[in-house]
Design a protein around this ligand. Sequence first.
Ligand code: GLN
Length: 453
Amino acid sequence: AHLDRIAAVDEQVHAYLHVDAEGALAAARSIDERRAAGESLPALAGVPIAVKDVMTTRGIPTTCGSRTLEGWVPPYDATVVTRLRAQGMPILGKTNMDEFAMGSSTEHSAYGPTRNPWDLERIPGGSGGGSSAVVASFQAPLAIGTDTGGSIRQPAAVTGTVGTKPTYGGVSRYGLVALASSLDQAGPCARSVLDTALLHSVIGGHDPMDSTSIEAPVPAVVEAARNGDVSGMKIGIVRELGGEGYQPGVRARFDEAVQLLVDRGAEVIEVSCPNFDYALAAYYLILPSEASSNLAKFDAMRYGLRILPDGVDDPSAEQVMAASRDAGFGDEVKRRIILGTYALSSGYYDAYYGSAQKVRTLIAQDFERAFAKVDVLVSPTAPTTAFRFGDKLDDPMAMYLNDIATIPANLAGVPGMSLPSGLADEDGLPAGIQILAPAMRDERLYTVGAALE
Ligand code: GLN
């Protein structure tokens, strides 16, 4: 049924970069056979899923939305994918994304943007716009996303779906092609809080293949999603997120969601996280720095696109590298490599990267102070509903500003969820509310999420 749906709508939505119909059907048939043989199967056996094209999938092409990796077929599965396969979940295909997960609109995909199923003239968010769009357009019931600065939560918000960025270290990064290793986190995308929790519980948990993986069981997210009792919970509204620059309709739906929590017995107080004002500046130094280092491996020697420079008889390795990276990377990727290389260069390192790391610590301390007073924090997920194609494409700063509410969680490593808060009056498009919890208290996201749903 999902393959039929893909055939019917994805020409317009363009959420999949690759559909593995054969592999998905084979996996589904094998589950049918095992079920018929009376085998007791895992909870999500037979439930199809889509995977963001930044996770390696054995035998299925993985491009990260880049020309550099066009045609690359990984020889191994990411741990998250191994766990999906172990559940018996057929993998429908790989979803579109901004190149190497840099962006907030999927307009930076080398293969063309994904369209928002709510309005095909608008962006589905980014970088994981494909994963949220397949879920929103019923082309998959579940999807895997990754969130380095909001790429699960912001697409969820603008497509009216649910998405969680788990605690940093809560889900293995093995096989996730790294953008910024200290910020990257894979997580679940779905249409309901319970579905999100079920997927979260299946992909989470310790992995010896990831040195930053936390050695603790997955928080009790499914139980929390089934319970949803917020009476007596303390909810903090972040003063610095949600004021100026937020679309009135987004703010109105947020205020109503908060009122709903009050009606359900939660206590709501305002808290201040003053250093969040500097989160965007710190993030856009730390991320390019780590990205410039991580992307150095695309050197045209080990794998990926190899271009020989024009008119050079016996090109050096360096000339091949330069020609290949020039042809293989898009403008946004180049912009960030240049920024990051500059921020890490000797003489500037302390002033830029070093200062950004200090701000990162201050932001983590803001969270600690806030979580001493409240159980969770809430804010609108993104300042606006889905914008139109081209609106922010030529203005990187405007694009970056869209991440203002989602970035602090990545800098501090705490978990966050976005779920629909309703449709904004101005444009009738979905708005999202974001919930943030202390590290390894991911279950609180699901308790509050279930209360709001
Ligand atoms: N929009 C952010 C960026 O461009 C988010 C990226 C992400 O989470 N992968 O960096």
